[in-house]
Design a protein around this ligand. Structure first.
Ligand code: SIN
Length: 287
């Protein structure tokens, strides 16, 4: 297995490995270390069945079954389809998943470790991929904060709410998302997490906040929290922390949800097809 850094703020390419063959414990540990170090890793030219993708993902921890998942891959509730494609007029997947800055599962008491995405159809225009996935580095975002902010944030907690992202997505023109049912809301009540997390792989401090789900810094007044979040959301999206994965068919893309935030870029038309399989790995191995 050959790991090559992109040389950018995030990202590494991992070659000479066939993910259809379940990796050894040593190899899994190498991949975990690469996730901590590079934040985002991609394995090009993979050829995987859904079950192989699920089994590979499950080597990293418990897999999530999405509360609003109407688009499971057949017989595999842990696998979600992200797609704008339809069959007989019916959507094949969730078409607007992740289309704003967020961290997956920060709204969950047990947070997410890593996502495993497998690109089957990638929209292309003029020789360039569309629907790319962008990331920001939360190790760097915390490290660059002025000391007064670091001191202010250490020891604080923030509330994260699943409904914030869902309700915001519903406001976007053409959204097909249905209102969450009371049962779905109840299944995902808001939760609190430390604002500054010691990253379990790197042992460095990361800023664990995101515009998608974070709604309040609990130990501040509403006004102080609103002002702090406005500042921190802008800070964490600084261009200096950004990295973009440009998709190719056959890529398996993984990222560390504790040390990055991400955004699925919605720059393609309904006629430009994207079809991606996704498994979400919870941080069961760390917490
Ligand atoms: C996600 O937020 O998990 C989806 C990312 C993507 O489709 O690029």
């Amino acid at each position: 297995m050959k790991i090559t850094s992109t040389g950018k703020i995030l990202g590494a390419l991992i070659e000479d490995v066939d993910l259809s063959v379940l990796p050894s414990d040593e190899r899994i540990e190498e991949i975990i270390q690469a996730l901590g170090r590079f934040g985002v890793i991609s394995f090009p030219s993979q050829n995987l069945s859904s079950k192989q993708l699920r089994d590979f993902s499950a080597r990293f921890g418990e897999l999530e079954i999405n509360v609003a998942n109407a688009h499971q891959d057949s017989g595999l509730p842990e696998m979600m389809i992200l797609s704008n494609m339809t069959q007989n007029g019916k959507p094949l997947g969730l078409s607007d998943a992740g289309q704003d800055w967020h961290t997956d599962m920060s709204y969950s008491r047990l947070i997410a470790f890593t996502n495993v995405l497998y690109g089957i159809e990638i929209p292309m225009r003029d020789g360039r991929s569309l629907g790319n996935t962008e990331f920001c580095n939360m190790h760097a975002a915390f490290a660059d904060l002025p000391n007064v902010w670091k001191d202010k944030l250490r020891g604080k907690t923030a509330t994260h709410d699943f409904a914030k992202f869902w309700d915001n997505m519903r406001l976007k023109p053409g959204s097909q998302r249905k209102p969450l049912t009371p049962e779905q809301r109840q299944a995902k009540p808001p939760v609190s997490h430390p604002v500054v997390m010691i990253h379990p792989i790197t042992r460095q401090e990361v800023l664990y906040l995101n515009p998608g789900y974070s709604i309040r810094i609990n130990e501040m007044s509403q006004q102080e929290s609103d002002e702090a979040l406005a500042f921190l959301f802008e800070h964490q999206l600084n261009a200096a922390y950004k990295y973009k994965h440009e998709w190719k068919k056959g890529d398996v893309l993984m990222w560390d949800n504790m040390g990055t935030i991400h955004n699925a870029v919605a720059d393609y038309l309904p006629t430009e097809h994207r079809y991606i399989k996704r498994c979400q790995v919870m941080a069961t191995r760390f917490f």
